[in-house]
Design a protein around this ligand. Structure first.
Ligand SMILES: Nc1nc2c(ncn2[C@@H]2O[C@H](COP(=O)(O)OP(=O)(O)OP(=O)(O)O)[C@@H](O)[C@H]2O)c(=O)[nH]1
Ligand SMILES: [Mg+2]
Length: 205
């Protein structure tokens, strides 16, 4: 699998899949409320991402913690969807799934056929990632973690974040800026490479 963006753009302004594409992989982008999932899928997708944003209501304000992201006025009510062609033969479909407990049932459908997940985390609220990571573990879906860096958020050494999130030694941990395509691509590649390594190990067991 190529680990770089395809150098040639897909024909027809990236709207249609290349005829040479023979493999499609489904990956999830998950994380707690307001961690940057919609931003991440949007910065990576070569097609206009499908979004299901709705204005946040007063009712949601009591359960969704807006501390540090006061400018946020909408939230994802179903999912984000984007597409990224990695090589002439391989395309990734990205599904952004809301992390709130009330969306657990949606998750069960969305994880169907997925190879793995990228968990976005925010150092201002690391403990909020546990629900999402627990759900992935229950569903048996491998994941990598990307700390999405927000302005003013504390910066901790990797080891401290690993310990705080109780990550296994093999779980990849990277930092990214979800608004930046190159940075988001790197984070996604860390997940894809991890999935590849797991496949190779399994084939040799
Ligand atoms: N500074 C900074 N801001 C970011 C970054 N990523 C996202 N944001 C901002 O954070 C806010 C939340 O981002 P979203 O992409 O809506 O987060 P989300 O996880 O999709 O949110 P929900 O779907 O409501 O759970 C938006 O105002 C983004 O512009 C980042 O890497 N750095
Ligand atoms: Mg969203």
């Amino acid at each position: 699998m190529d680990s770089a963006l395809a150098s040639e753009p897909a024909p027809d302004g990236d709207l249609y899949l290349r005829r040479t594409v023979s493999t499609a992989a489904k990956l999830l982008v998950v994380g707690h409320f307001a961690v940057g999932k919609t931003t991440f899928v949007g910065s990576l997708s070569e097609i206009r991402p499908l979004r299901t944003e709705e204005t946040m209501t007063q009712a949601g304000a009591s359960v969704d913690d807006l501390a540090g992201i006061e400018g946020k006025t909408t939230t994802t009510v179903a999912m984000d969807f984007g597409r990224l062609t990695l090589s002439d033969s391989l395309v990734l479909y990205l599904f952004g799934a809301p992390g709130q407990q009330r969306f657990t049932r949606l998750w069960q459908d969305m994880t169907h056929g997925a190879l793995g997940a990228l968990v976005l985390a925010d150092t201002r609220r690391l403990e909020q990632s546990f629900d999402v990571m627990g759900l992935l573990e229950e569903l048996g879906l491998p994941y990598a973690v990307a700390v999405n860096h927000f302005d003013g958020a504390p910066v901790y050494p990797e080891e401290e974040i690993r310990e705080a999130l109780d990550l296994l030694p093999e779980t990849p941990l990277v930092t990214c800026d979800a608004r930046d395509r190159v940075s988001s691509t790197r984070a996604l590649i860390s997940l894809v490479e991890y999935l590849q390594r797991r496949t190779v190990v399994r084939e040799h067991v």
